[in-house]
Design a protein around this ligand. Structure first.
Ligand code: WT7
Length: 654
């Protein structure tokens, strides 16, 4: 780890507001966890056994006797002798009580709607499970899902879970290259994709992107299933080993596939995410601990219950959508909204319109989205009746006090609790947040670690920092939602995340943070080579290697800007004119190699990049310039004179 971001500057910018907001009485009285439940003490007194409460939220084929096996750190096993099936927990067990209650309300890009009761979901998941079996998918086979936000995505995830086949969801907006890498890395022989989807008014051909990936992949793919999302709007011919989803499922309609009981420690899914090197890492989540932690936090942090209509706006292609768009809400038997479109189409009130029409009571989104809503203006939410909202959540990056208050005021009716939740792909579920019926909220600060989570902010030597001082966010004891390891192997997992201390093993989050007198944590940002772009995570080298592949480019450095976007600083060969064509080619290369989501918002050409004497690019300095922030002493640089030059280029272009 280097010390970028831990010197406290971002802390001032984020948490300048010292307001404390109490949970409203009405909420307190009905919250899932109330003050007198003493939950923090209970976890402290009775750790790790208190986590048995989370396991109790699930139905087990064989109840676990052991909560935690920590005999081989950092490879912790949660509920190791328990057996369960995740799909049974998300579907079958609700049939008695809620067979006709809606499980999923889907809204398509063109205003289409589809609703699934729990009985419908059961039928569809079983047919999909039987269809996958027919193709040869067996317990333990990894199935790659490359689908946009359509009901077939959660359905196939649950179908995989039902037959014990781990899924590997790849965000539909990622490129063919990215898909091929993930198919190969996961050793996946099966792919489920679709013909295409709408981008604004146009039909986009997803299948041809999947075809390209298939050509690039090392040939392990045996069968592809293609969902017909676009009907007549796009006809894609199916080749050998390619199956139409509807045709595959039809003969199995009404069949029941016996759920495969899995060990709690068996793999539920793999999710690729960016790490400290250019290649994405396959984060592996086990079935029991993951589902228990996700269900526990959906209930106790987001306060979701079966009677709610709940909407997590994150794409299922990322961890937030897995945990809080699919597994959490369905494990609890609630009604969940699945939205395919964008928030400003057909108009900027689309989100508020959906909340009003569906009486959404709990809404979970990212600061990036909230910033857009703010920019568009309060008149859009104000034109709708949002009184159904009971609780608001945010995740993915720090939220400024200003955005926090705006969210509460204009979306939460001025009194809904706003819960800022910190977690990561690797943690599987929320690890830091206030319990909304118990603790005060401090806008801009995430909050304390959840009960049972031993998070600390430590200095370089591993000692806890003083209140207000910047350090590294670490977690000392294991927690149920933690990943069980990396696809790339145990050694890599240990090396990337864990440190052995005198007190035991310590998980390193990669985030810088401060903590205040009350134990509330403020996140300062990543201290490694990961950047968060529009609340999604990329490795700087991943983007930079795509940029330097452009003809004439010599060096590149990417940094995040203050609105969640990305700026690329680029140097070119002496004989190359940095013209708009090169700029466009750079942007296109990133979009092709990684995905549209990572397309740089700005490309800034500069004669040199600022470097230390040892030749390391000073990314932190570039970030300060991008954010328009003060930067400190540059005399330690090998080429301090370029800093002024870069700064004036950036300002001129604004
Ligand atoms: C990184 C993890 C799992 C959520 C979606 C992103 C940043 C996450 C917060 C928050 C400030 C946050 C951290 C973390 N992050 N939540 N509430 N406040 N920063 O998952 O892609 O694995 O990224 O997102 O930097 O390390 P991810």
């Amino acid at each position: 780890m280097n010390d970028a971001g831990t010197d406290g500057r971002h802390a001032d910018a984020v948490a300048a507001d010292e307001t404390v907001v109490e949970p409203p009485d009405e909420f307190r009285e009905s919250a899932a966890v109330a003050d007198d439940d003493d939950v923090y003490d209970a976890f402290e007194r009775d750790w790790p056994d208190a986590w048995g409460r989370a396991a109790d939220l699930l139905d087990w084929e064989r109840d676990p006797d052991t909560v935690l096996d920590d005999s081989n750190p950092p490879f912790y096993q949660w509920f190791p002798d328990g057996r369960l099936n995740a799909a049974t927990n998300c579907v079958d067990r609700h049939l008695d009580e809620r067979r006709n209650q809606l499980a999923i309300r889907w809204f398509g890009k063109r205003g289409e709607r589809r609703s699934y009761t729990y009985a419908d979901l059961h039928r569809e998941v079983n047919a999909a499970a039987a269809g996958l079996r027919e193709l040869g998918v067996e317990e333990g086979d990894v199935v790659t899902l490359y689908l946009p936000m359509i009901p077939e995505l959660p359905v196939t995830m649950l179908a995989c879970a039902r037959i014990g086949a781990p899924h590997n969801v790849v965000f539909a907006g990622l490129s063919a290259d990215a898909l091929a890498t993930r198919i190969d890395a996961a050793d996946s022989a099966y792919l489920v994709t679709c013909d295409g989807y709408y981008r604004r008014e146009d039909a986009f051909n997803q299948k041809s992107r999947a075809d390209n990936a298939r050509l690039q992949a090392d040939g392990s793919l045996e069968a592809t299933v293609v969902v017909d999302r676009l009907g007549d709007a796009l006809d894609v011919p199916l080749g050998e080993d390619e199956h139409d989803y509807g045709t595959l499922l039809a003969p199995h309609d009404g069949e029941t596939v016996e759920p495969v009981a899995r060990d709690a420690t068996d793999l539920l899914f793999v999710m690729y995410t960016s790490g400290t090197t250019g290649r994405p890492k396959g984060v592996e989540h086990a079935t029991g601990g993951y589902l228990a932690h996700v269900a526990w936090t959906t209930r106790n942090v987001l306060d979701v219950r079966p009677t709610d209509t709940y909407w997590c706006a994150a794409d299922i292609g990322w961890i937030t959508g897995h945990s809080y768009g699919v597994y959490g809400p369905l494990a609890l038997g609630t009604t969940t909204v699945l939205y395919e479109g964008s928030p400003d189409y057909p108009d900027r009130d689309r989100v508020w319109d959906l909340i009003e029409r569906n009486a959404v009571s709990v809404f979970y989104t990212s600061p990036t989205a909230i910033r857009s809503f703010m920019k568009w203006g309060a008149e859009y939410p104000e034109a709708h009746d949002l009184s159904s909202i009971r609780l608001l959540g945010t995740v993915g990056e720090s939220i400024t006090p200003k955005a926090w208050h705006w969210y509460r005021e204009h979306v939460g009716g001025g009194d809904a609790p706003v819960v800022d939740t910190w977690w990561q792909t690797e943690t599987g579920a929320i690890a830091l947040a206030t319990l909304p019926g118990v603790s005060d909220m401090k806008p801009g600060k995430v909050g304390p670690p959840l009960p049972g989570i031993d998070a600390r902010v430590v200095d370089r030597d591993g000692d806890p920092v003083e209140a207000g001082e910047a350090g590294y966010l670490t977690i000392d004891r294991p927690w149920p939602g933690m990943c069980r390891g990396l696809r790339e192997g145990d050694e890599r997992y240990r090396r990337e995340y864990w440190a052995e201390t005198t007190e035991g093993w310590r998980y390193r989050t990669g985030d810088g943070a401060t903590v205040d007198e009350d134990g509330y944590v403020t996140i300062l940002g990543r201290v490694d080579d990961v950047i968060n772009v529009r609340a999604r995570r990329f490795n700087t080298a991943e983007l930079e290697s795509a940029i330097v592949a452009a003809d004439g480019v010599t060096e590149a450095a990417v940094v995040g800007d203050d609105s969640g976007g990305v700026i690329a600083y680029v140097t070119t060969r002496g004989d190359v004119d940095p013209d708009p064509i090169l700029r466009e080619s750079i942007e296109r290369r990133v979009a092709n190699a990684v995905g549209e989501v990572a397309r740089p918002d700005r490309v800034v050409f500069t004669p040199e990049l600022p470097k230390t004497r040892s030749g390391k690019i000073m990314r932190r300095l570039l970030e300060d310039i991008a954010r328009g922030e003060e930067f400190g002493d540059v005399s330690a640089l090998r080429n301090p004179e370029v800093v002024g030059e870069i700064e004036s280029t950036v300002r001129e272009e604004e």
